[in-house]
Design a protein around this ligand. Structure first.
Ligand code: HEC
Length: 453
């Protein structure tokens, strides 16, 4: 394994790791965005509920006021008679005790109420119209858009808007012309159901924004922590995978090294074995070439014997060198009768599993053969030694003849000796009869005949 091969899976692992990090980040970002959106909508929901409540209250005040066709209040410098009601009879009246009262229309009343709450942190109301009687009631840009939307049928408009230095949650609903409104607004051409204008409620967004921000921070920290835990897990997992991989690679290298080692050893051993085999083959071939004794090995079956190896000296016996005999059957090497006999002898040796010694004659020469079975890997093999005993046989024959002749002479000699001993004894006996000393020492023959033979 080279460095390049290792780089490929490592690069793949890096890629996978990157993909997982991106995936994990996206999941966390998704959850964070979802939770941000949820807390944002929840916060806006709270602001809206607040604005809605304020609007409803306004509406009730207005209804109350317009239900009375406006109400009379005491005239003060802060509450002058409305110039827009100048054509209304009895706009200004006096009580019997002389207190001066002036008619206050609902919008006027609401304006004063709004004026009172101006410095509070609470929602600020504004009554407005695209067609204001009182120029100061004119709508701002946002309100104008909202009012146009109401004319198209929209029921409610809201937005977070920067007004001056402050950010507000702005909320607006239309004011529809009702029966009671016509008293003062019929002049402008309104009929019941028209959009007269609207009330916009502006809720200072700062406190909500702060709450939202602290929510965001808490969520951000939470998701950040989860993200980091995930990343740490991924890094840890990657490191672990890499180290496991490294270990595996190390083990693989180790095994490969061992295998190479073993391979080298077995190659050496094989070479040794080959060498040994070559050597033994060489020795055997030399043996077959030089042996003075005829040597052979045959593969034997019940029907035929086939030469596997034979010594070179068969050239002398049958005129064929051992190397040329290899693979040949007895029938291919010898006369049919002899071949049949040899094959039968061979089979007998192999089937009985016993060695035999045979005397054989071939071309006027005598041989002694020892055959013995060789059991090798389930094959029926037979080995044999054949010694040329012609010379010895001839010598034996000569010796036998000479011995026979010697025995004839021997027998003749013994008889003569016995005759001579007999004659000597007769001479000795005659000498003693004559009173003379016996001239021959034949004591050995005088011993009692029983003991002698
Ligand atoms: C007593 C008379 C009177 C009645 C009743 C009355 N208004 Fe008005 N309204 C006025 C006058 C006068 C103004 C303008 C001066 C001001 O803002 O006080 C005004 C202003 C308004 C404005 C602010 C925009 C502008 O034109 O300056 C709206 C919106 C409005 N009225 C809607 C209504 C509706 C809706 C009703 C019925 C529910 C109603 N008014 C009933 C007299 C009346």
């Amino acid at each position: 394994m080279n460095a390049l091969d290792q780089d490929v899976p490592r690069r793949q692992l890096d890629k996978l790791f990157l993909v997982l990090i991106v995936f994990w980040s996206l999941v966390i970002a998704g959850f964070a965005a979802w939770s941000y959106w949820r807390s944002y909508t929840a916060t806006v929901g709270v602001a809206r509920a607040f604005a809605d409540e304020s609007f409803s209250k306004n509406l009730i005040f207005r209804r109350w006021s317009s239900g009375h066709g406006g109400v009379y209040v005491q005239m003060t410098p802060e509450t002058p008679p409305s110039p827009y009601l100048s054509d209304i009879p009895e706009r200004d009246i006096s009580t019997p005790s002389g207190k001066k009262l002036t008619l206050m229309n609902p919008a006027y009343m609401m304006r004063q109420i709004y004026e009172l709450g101006k410095n509070d942190a609470g929602p600020k109301g504004h009554i407005t119209s695209l067609n204001p009687i009182r120029p100061e009631n004119a709508a701002d840009e946002w309100e104008k858009r909202a009012l146009r939307a109401f004319e198209r049928g929209e029921k409610e408009v809201s937005a977070i808007e920067q007004v001056g230095d402050e950010t507000y949650y702005r909320f607006m609903r239309p004011l529809f012309v009702e029966e009671g409104c016509l008293k003062c607004h019929a002049r402008q051409g309104y009929k019941v159901g028209d959009v007269r204008g609207g009330i916009s409620v502006s809720v200072p967004w700062t406190s909500y924004r702060e709450r939202l921000r602290s929510d965001q921070i808490a969520h951000g920290l939470g998701y950040g922590a989860i993200w980091i835990i995930g990343i740490i897990g991924l890094v840890f997992g990657k490191t672990r995978l890499q180290s496991e991989r490294k270990q595996t690679e190390e083990a693989l290298r180790e095994r490969t090294r061992e295998l190479q080692c073993l391979h080298a050893v077995s190659t050496l051993e094989r070479r040794h074995a080959q060498d040994a085999q070559q050597e033994s083959e060489k020795i055997f071939a030399t043996f077959l070439r030089l042996t003075p004794v005829y040597v052979y090995i045959k593969e034997v079956s019940s029907t035929e014997s086939r030469v596997l190896r034979a010594s070179d000296n068969f050239q002398q016996m049958i005129g064929i060198p051992g190397a040329d005999m290899v693979g040949k059957t007895m029938a291919e090497l010898f006369a049919p009768e002899l071949a049949a006999k040899i094959s039968a002898d061979d089979w007998s040796v192999v089937s009985k599993g016993e060695a035999v010694t045979l005397e054989e004659e071939l071309n006027g020469r005598s041989y002694t053969t020892i055959k013995f079975p060789i059991a090798l890997e389930g094959r029926s093999l037979l080995a044999g030694y054949t010694i040329d005993v012609t010379e010895r046989k001839r010598a034996e024959e000569t010796l036998r003849q000479q011995s026979a002749e010697l025995r004839i002479f021997d027998t003749a000699g013994v008889d003569r000796e016995l005759v001579m001993i007999g004659l000597k004894q007769q001479v000795n006996a005659l000498s003693r009869q004559l009173g003379q000393a016996a001239p021959y020492d034949v004591d050995f023959a005088d011993a009692p005949p029983k003991d002698q033979l």
